[in-house]
Design a protein around this ligand. Sequence first.
Ligand SMILES: Nc1ncnc2c1ncn2[C@@H]1O[C@H](COP(=O)(O)OP(=O)(O)OP(=O)(O)O)[C@@H](O)[C@H]1O
Ligand SMILES: [Mg+2]
Length: 253
Amino acid sequence: MDASKRVLWTEGLTKSFGGLLAVNNVDINVLEKTITMLIGPNGAGKTTLVNLCTGVLKPDSGKIYFLGKDITGWPSHKIYREGFVRTFQIPQPFLKLTVLENVLASLKSDAESPIKAPLRMTWLSREEESIERAFKILAKVGLDDLWYYEAFKLGGAQLKMLEVARALATGAKLIALDEPIGGVDPAYAGDILGYVRNIKETWNVTFLLIEHRIDIALPFADYVYVMDRGSVIFEGSPSEVEKNPRVIEVYLG
Ligand SMILES: Nc1ncnc2c1ncn2[C@@H]1O[C@H](COP(=O)(O)OP(=O)(O)OP(=O)(O)O)[C@@H](O)[C@H]1O
Ligand SMILES: [Mg+2]
């Protein structure tokens, strides 16, 4: 592993709920421009691990680093502003607003200069830039032709892609997706992950993906962590994961 390429890493991360060790001494490394996948049976601790990393929960012990900074104990809004976004942290789409308006609402505005701010021309050009940026993002998730649709008219898979688009609009460097193809028709599930892979390959964005349906998702992963009862029981490439006897035993059955 090339440590200089790490976007996120944890050291000895541990969290109990009462007597239950939900996350037990976990070390993970998420390298830049990868889709790093977290798999494991129900209750393995996947969501808890992501909650710890994004500041939704505080660890009992251990460390979390994001882009070289120790973010252990940071509140989630601060981690979000730093560029690590978990999709559920983004407010639900405004259902009566259009697809384009939803993305515009998530665009991170640059720090405004007190000198330029009163100039109308500056605002107009900023507005144009924002719309251009929003369309680039929408094209990446296949929603550019539907920019004028109100969000409530979108299908399940399209809503998931709008969620990804809004995460991108925040300028996130790392996006955590908890079961992005959950509840989506298998016919479209591959499309969603295909868009995610394309974004990862063409933009400087990294994905941490929790997924249940590994039959569909595994081919899109660059690296996989397998959790069981709070611990990482295996890590490796998707092909190694499929062949590992312990993984087959606890997960693939
Ligand atoms: N807030 C909480 N309070 C008490 N126990 C919790 C809490 N959150 C999670 N747990 C427990 O911690 C363990 C890990 O849960 P977690 O949700 O992280 O698993 P998961 O791998 O995401 O499972 P799933 O695949 O079902 O989403 C489970 O036994 C769960 O019941
Ligand atoms: Mg979960």
